[in-house]
Write a protein that binds this ligand. Sequence first.
Ligand code: ATP
Length: 476
Amino acid sequence: MPELPEVETVRATLEKQIIGYTIKKVKVYCERIVLNEKEDVINAKLVGETIRKINRYGKYLIFILDKHSFLSHLRMEGKYFLKKEDEERNKHEHVIFSFTNGLELRYHDVRKFGLIKILDTTDMKEILKEEELNKLGPEAHSLSLNATYLFNKLHKLKESLKTALLDQTIICGLGNIYVDEVDFLSNLKPTTSCQMITYDDCENIIKNSRLVLNKAIEAGGTTIRSYTSSLGVTGRFQLNLNVHTKAGSPCPLCGTIIEKIKVGGRGTYYCPSCQKDHPLIVGLTGSIGSGKTTISNYLKEKGYLIIDTDEISRSLTKDNKEILNKIKEEFGPSFFINGELNRKELGDLVFNNENERNKLNNILHPVIKDKVKEIIRNSSDKIIFVDVPLLFESGFDKLCNKTICVVVDKTEQIKRLKLRDKLNDLDIQKRIDSQMDLKKKSELATFIIDNSQDLCYTYKQTDKLIKILEGEINHD
Ligand code: ATP
């Protein structure tokens, strides 16, 4: 079945061939293909009009003439041929547009599933309001598609990611071939429930849709079975396929054998190692000294994987040469003693100055994020907790399915910090002020744990939450 890149290839090829051609006659051999008009009405509307432009939306071709236009969807097997009018008609050529120059545009469709619809306008705004087009989502490779839109659409759905991405009302232009390729590049198993898809996954899906579709358009589409361009162009994207049709071959990234399964009735190809089951990723945050580490340690004891971003940050600022060089470049050599970063000095600077703090975060956060993603990718745990003090401030929540905010009564917080860090009131206040207000954080979080009382009370709440999270992953 032709997908968006193949239809785009047909569009671009036709545009080079038939722009400026004037219609002399239209012959309809199969009425069911032309949706809305009979042959005599079509002739009354189109004869004498010239093809001015050929547009496309999703898999619809839109032929713009002088006062009219027509939509064309190729469905399973539709093709266009440009032939001389004296050439014999093939029995599968169902609609023939004859031009005044002796050439004919012939719509060929073995299965007769395609459609043509004549419209009384050439205004694209009006055309896009047609019922066939107005229900389509944004094109998968368009710059107007953004992660917020896709996340809002997907995360409420119970169906599989593959099924949702094939649904043209959500995004249009991804068909069976390209969804497999996009899922592969996004490290997402096609059977993943949409509810497990994070905002970050949506960003990856969009990035990879653009990559795959633009590359496929550049290559003239993919030539597999039914699609071979009738117009003298053969798609070459099959040479770039990573997984689609590759069952039994090694994954180009890891060498694991590609498998073929059925998802929503469609043959689906994926790499079982690169596209594992999606874990439930739970972000853990709170204010300074609110009890994140205390709860993390409790979860660790219970056997859960905790990714501690503070620990990653400490390790990066200890011996990651690239990071240390960037810090030296940004803040100067005075923050280094014998080649080692003076963390206390830099800490004092950044806690006192938002601008400096942002500079440091801009150096560290992208690298920490990549490290977190790598740990998640390499783990087979079903639930993974990520301890991030600045979960919402730094956008780490986009990596998570759920978030927990640990809250604490402020007097108790100050008391505990004095005891733990031997800081004075002013320093404690500066550190608290440097983070997002705890009330705001708790409003953004999916769950709250109140750690103002004794540990027993905190652990009880944590146990309750674990039950809920375990229920989330087991309910399918
Ligand atoms: P930071 O933001 O600095 O990483 P944190 O959020 O990880 O801090 P913890 O280190 O877990 O907070 O807790 C801060 C201090 O409070 C620690 O000394 C810890 O032992 C103590 N503490 C945590 N929870 C309780 C509690 N429920 N009762 C008494 N002390 C507690």
